[in-house]
Design a protein around this ligand. Structure first.
Ligand code: SAM
Length: 271
């Protein structure tokens, strides 16, 4: 089994995605969607951005490596009566079956950054985007204390055994020089790439404690960290660090959760 696929099928990202809907919609609203536009949402999960894209009238294909999320996305599309939105299984490293120059916009919000071969991912995103089209990515920023998920992943990985040799951290997609190098190899000059810091919110009527419980039960990278910590008697320490993180970042005072998380928003003009 492909370990990248196994990681994301292990949990149930729909449980985390439920806290991301408002920001997903906000990102989509800022994209200037006009009909008829063909959009690829890569690493789409169950449609946090794909569903609002389709609601704005775009023709949307969501591609994700996790079968369970593709199924969940197709159910959401059917329930919402969105006939021009389809979800299918695929790997951002190799979008076989997807034609060259198929999309006006290729979007990937915290999705393609998790694929293991970043140079292949950049090449594939450029290949399937039409000349004159756009690629937009949302990527977590490494070692940024305002980037909640980045911090959560950092804590989680500190309880894990070292990754296999050759492993490229997904967080490198939050570093300007890597982005320029990857798209550069795919033929995009530096001046066609822009990057700004933006904020995503994780919101829930439930408490930050419940939020961490959801990550523990449903988010593959955190599930793996708890399993590793259990083996060497460090679960309590991991849990304590994650709870502190969530409480420290939470902006709500009514028992609910609203955690802002800085991310790098990358826009590529594909010529
Ligand atoms: C953090 S979730 C984000 C999901 C969605 N974009 C959202 O905002 O709700 C990361 C997603 O990337 C997907 N993913 C990871 N590696 C992938 C790959 N190689 N190809 C396609 N999707 C991938 C996962 O299955 C998961 O759905």
């Amino acid at each position: 089994m492909n370990p990248n696929k196994a990681l994301w099928e292990k949990g149930d990202f729909t449980e985390i995605a439920a806290t991301m809907r408002e920001s997903g919609e906000a990102v989509v609203k800022s994209l200037g969607i006009k009909t008829p536009m063909r959009v690829l949402d890569l690493g789409c999960g169950d449609g946090t951005t794909a569903v609002p894209l389709a609601r704005l009238g775009a023709d949307v294909v969501g591609i994700d490596i996790a079968r369970n999320l593709v199924d969940a996305g197709n159910k959401r599309a059917a329930a919402a009566g969105l006939k021009r939105l389809t979800f299918q299984e695929g790997d951002a490293c190799n979008l076989q079956g997807v034609g060259d120059h198929s999309f006006d916009l290729t979007l990937s919000v915290f999705g393609a950054m998790f694929a293991p071969k970043p140079f292949d991912v950049a090449r594939e995103m450029v290949r399937v985007t039409k000349p004159g089209g756009r690629i937009v990515m949302g990527n977590w920023i490494p070692n940024d204390s305002t980037s909640f998920v980045s911090m959560l992943l950092k804590i989680s990985s500190s309880f894990m055994p070292p990754p296999p040799e050759g492993f490229v951290s997904p967080m490198t997609w939050g570093v300007e020089s890597h982005i320029v190098e990857r798209f550069g190899q795919a033929g995009v000059p530096k001046e066609n790439i822009s990057m700004v810091r933006d904020t995503f919110y994780f919101t829930s009527p439930k408490s930050p404690v419940d939020m961490i419980e959801s990550f523990r039960r449903f988010y593959g990278p955190t599930m793996n960290a708890y399993e590793a910590a259990e083996k060497n008697g460090k679960v309590e320490e991991l849990h304590k660090q994650l709870l502190e993180l969530a409480k420290e970042h939470n902006k709500r005072t009514d028992g609910g959760t609203s955690i802002p998380a800085t991310f790098l928003r990358v826009a590529v003009n594909r010529q």
